[in-house]
Design a protein around this ligand. Structure first.
Ligand SMILES: [Fe+2]
Length: 271
């Protein structure tokens, strides 16, 4: 079999590119370095209608890095028969970064579509590197050194605004995590750390802190920093979780939408 080259097409000016190559090259790891590089540069890398099997998706994922053992392949669905934690998935309808309750979040997530909803269910990604880069210099200085307390319960309140004490106690098993508002990456690049777990700005008046977090989320999610993936069955999308936020657009609980997700472990703490 003759291998084809890796071809690239940028999908918007500031975020996302689509790649094309043959399956054999993809699974062999031949382009793994190039893909990792593009992931950091473009935030999102998409392949159209690849139709990988579970096993192929895992093989491909392992060419890109180490997979966290506990979650080798995760089924993302709201069908309560297939996913007992379907309610948690609704949290994905709001902008977030995966793993803000950890010191080291995953580097990337890889999602493939198996069944789609009739309407909704697109995934949106916002480039948090580009959003930081485009801030006025005076504002960059003001954000320097600010810390944000992230709480699991803050994200859960979006989907369950009036929890019982028992529910709240369960949420609070996750301890708050204090993270820098501006992440200084080892590469020297900087990105904003925002999203639904962001509870309050440390040491700042609560209202002022909320205003700041909300204004920055508006800023980071304006159209020029955002790519919306309109799924076709068999698509595979990878995102750099350390330089983007994401959310799913709402879809019906009983729509049958089913995605398979694998992850690449991170090796860079929030700093
Ligand atoms: Fe997520």
């Amino acid at each position: 079999m003759k291998d084809s080259a890796l071809t690239r097409k940028d999908l918007t000016a500031r975020i996302a590119c689509e790649l094309e190559t043959d399956l054999h090259s993809l699974l062999s790891g031949k382009y793994a370095d190039a893909i990792r590089h593009l992931l950091e540069e473009r935030g999102v890398v998409a392949f159209r209608e690849l139709h990988l099997s579970d096993e192929q998706q895992l093989t491909f994922t392992k060419t890109l890095g180490i997979t966290p053992q506990k979650y080798e392949v995760t089924k993302i669905t709201m069908d309560p028969l297939e996913n007992p934690n379907a309610n948690y998935i609704r949290g994905a309808f709001f902008w977030h970064i995966d793993g803000t309750m950890l010191d080291v979040p995953c580097f990337a997530s890889i999602m493939s579509s198996r069944r789609l909803s009739e309407s909704g269910g697109q995934t949106e990604f916002a480039n948090t590197y580009a959003a930081y880069d485009d801030l006025p210099e005076s504002e960059k200085l003001e954000l320097e050194g600010l810390k944000v307390v992230h709480m699991f319960e803050a994200a859960q309140r979006y989907v369950q605004p009036e929890p019982s004490f028992a529910e709240l106690s369960k949420w609070q098993e996750h301890k708050p995590n204090t993270l820098p508002l501006v992440w200084k990456h080892r590469s020297g690049r900087k990105s904003l750390v925002l999203g639904s777990t962001a509870s309050y700005v440390e040491g700042m008046d609560l209202q002022k802190g909320w205003a700041l977090l909300t204004r920055l989320r508006d800023w980071a999610t304006q159209p020029r920093f955002v790519y919306r993936h309109e799924w076709r069955v068999g698509d595979l999308v990878i995102w750099d979780n350390t330089g983007t936020m994401h959310r799913a657009l709402p879809y019906a609980m009983d729509s049958g939408r089913l995605m398979y997700r694998t992850q690449i472990a991170g090796d860079e703490p929030f700093a």
